[in-house]
Design a binder for this molecule. Structure first.
Ligand code: SF4
Length: 359
């Protein structure tokens, strides 16, 4: 172990915050085992032997999108033969059919539809909440919330309040990509910029709405951009806490305008999970989202700082449009088995991390 790694070890063991230089050093180091040991130390300190999962139903209301981000294979035009839009009744039925599987969460994320009014989204949340008040609704990325503000003329705070009043429980973490506007202008110029994204999460936290946060990595960003992204999230969590989990998302180039780029390597995926655990010392959970990472990497990541594997996702569409080669769903039994195999305690949670059952 060299001098800088020793210093980082000292900091981690004494709960001293890592600096930007430390983060960059870790990314440039090839000592994956040392990085993993530190991240695992931190994970055990923060969540013990638990690996969390939940049982949820993803509902993607539409894939018709006005934004057309360069890294996205999900959003398409109105007249594309594969475009779809669920009516509120169809969305309700789609959610309802998973209730008997014991889901504890509806997870609703969609494209930015050119014509549907804000009321459409309000009705979807309201109807599901009225019929299934015990099932948590995690819905709409900060990008969607900004878009709702734009199409309704309401402020971000008003949009969030209206949704909260009809049953919204929490926000997912999508749409963060890399929180740097020069990159966003290249990759996704037609949607919320960095300050907008941060403003939605800040306001949600102030309203008592928990949220998650993400980073899309492995496209045109630099290592420094990634570390700056971690620090931006860490600063928001310091000033207005409310992030529950960070979810690093590797860019899947297939079927996107950036399909000349290569998929991130397993080492990059694992390192990113581990470094995020070390840098984000004020966010309780690091999620290895198996839909994008693949089951194998997700399982290994439990020894590299991750403490959550998301859920038994029913029929996920967005990542699979971009060529995710994982299954579209995984059974609860399989999740329990693969967590046990890795030597941890499978722990079913609800969306806001109340423990429902240990296996
Ligand atoms: S990432 Fe979201 S906003 Fe961008 S094109 Fe895809 S669905 Fe639309």
């Amino acid at each position: 172990m060299d001098k800088h790694m020793k210093e980082i070890e000292e900091k981690v063991h004494n709960n001293i915050r890592l600096s930007k230089d430390d983060g960059i050093y870790l990314y440039n180091s090839s000592d994956l085992i040392a990085i993993g040991e530190l991240a695992r130390y931190k994970k055990l300190e923060m969540s013990g032997q638990h690996i969390f999962f939940n049982v949820n139903q993803h509902i993607n209301l539409t894939n018709i999108c006005v934004s057309r981000c360069k890294f996205c294979a999900f959003g398409i035009d109105h007249d594309d033969k594969d475009s779809y839009l669920m009516s509120p009744q169809e969305a309700f039925d789609y959610g309802a059919k998973a209730v008997d599987y014991g889901i504890t969460e509806f997870h609703i994320v969609s494209a930015l539809h050119p014509d549907m009014p804000f009321e459409y989204y309000v009705v979807v949340v309201r109807d599901l909440h009225e019929a299934y008040p015990h099932i948590h609704i995690q819905a709409f990325t900060a990008v969607e919330i900004c878009y709702f503000s734009q199409i309704s003329g309401l402020s971000i705070r008003e949009v969030l309040q209206v949704l909260k009043d009809v049953g919204l429980g929490s926000l997912p973490g999508g749409g963060a990509e890399i929180l740097k506007d020069d990159l966003r202008r290249q990759l996704c110029p037609n949607k919320a910029m960095s300050q907008d994204w941060l403003e939605v999460h800040r306001t949600a936290h102030q309203l008592g709405i928990k949220t998650n946060c993400t980073m899309l990595f492995g496209h045109v960003e630099s290592i420094e951009d990634r570390i700056d992204h971690f620090i931006t999230l860490r600063n928001l969590q310091d000033s207005d806490p409310g992030f529950q989990a960070f979810i690093p998302l590797p860019f899947l180039p297939e079927n996107t305008p950036l399909n000349h780029l290569k998929r991130t390597s397993a080492i990059d995926d694992i390192k990113t999970l581990a470094i995020s655990r070390l840098m984000l010392d004020n966010i309780d959970h690091i999620k290895a989202f198996w839909v994008m990472l693949g089951i194998d990497i997700a399982q290994i990541s439990f020894n590299f700082g991750a403490d959550d594997i998301d859920g038994t996702v029913f029929e996920e569409k967005i990542m699979h449009a971009a060529g995710a080669r994982t299954q579209t769903a995984i059974s609860k039994e399989d999740i329990i088995r693969l967590i046990k195999e890795a030597g941890y305690i499978p722990t079913e949670r609800d969306t806001i991390y109340n423990i429902l059952k240990e296996f």
